[in-house]
Design a protein around this ligand. Structure first.
Ligand SMILES: [Zn+2]
Length: 181
């Protein structure tokens, strides 16, 4: 996968604002988990949209993830990321093993994002290859999604697998650090 444009910058939001959008049990869960590793809070509609997009064709496809970063002002190393929208790449050329996205997906993200939402990562499919990050994927992550909160989501729609990676070094996030709302 290759990119032609750098991501926009972002501003983290206060953690209390993030908790206001969640139920009590979800808040407790996130509070308990994000002290050791970041947490991703996913809206189910995003996963449904992304899955629907990636299941359409049996080739590698992808897009961007819009959301927000909430960090504890007293302890900035503690943060969680909400994923609120998936933005499909409308133009791409792909083979079963590679994919190029053009700059228009960044424009679409800017247009579709509401105030306070930023590009928090990217997603792509590995049809029947398994959900893992290839060397190219790690390179993409390091080059374009290199904030500590940057998410790399890879999905194999055929084997029904998914994995989340985070940060410039593409560290895999364990499933218990993914909260689905
Ligand atoms: Zn890949």
């Amino acid at each position: 996968m290759r990119w032609t444009e750098k991501k926009p910058d972002f501003m983290p939001a206060d953690i209390e604002a993030g908790f206001r959008s969640m139920g009590f049990l979800e808040c407790l869960y996130v509070l308990n988990k994000f002290r050791s590793k970041p947490v991703i809070v996913l809206q189910r509609s995003v996963i449904d949209d992304v899955n629907e997009h990636l299941e359409k064709r049996n080739v590698e496809m992808g897009g961007l993830l819009l959301g927000r970063v909430f960090q504890d002002e007293d302890c900035p190393s503690d943060f969680f990321v909400t994923v609120e929208k998936g933005v499909q790449s409308s133009t791409f050329s792909s083979t079963s093993v590679s994919l190029e996205m053009s700059a228009d997906v960044w424009d679409a993200a800017r247009e579709q994002g509401v105030e306070g939402q930023y590009v928090v990562g990217w997603y792509h499919s590995h049809p029947n290859l398994g959900a893992f990050f290839s060397g190219t994927d790690r390179h993409t992550q390091r080059s374009f999604f290199n904030h500590r909160h940057s998410i790399g989501l890879v999905i194999d729609p055929i084997r029904n697998e998914r994995k989340f990676f985070m940060g410039p070094e593409s560290e895999e996030l364990p499933v218990e650090h993914i909260v689905q709302l």
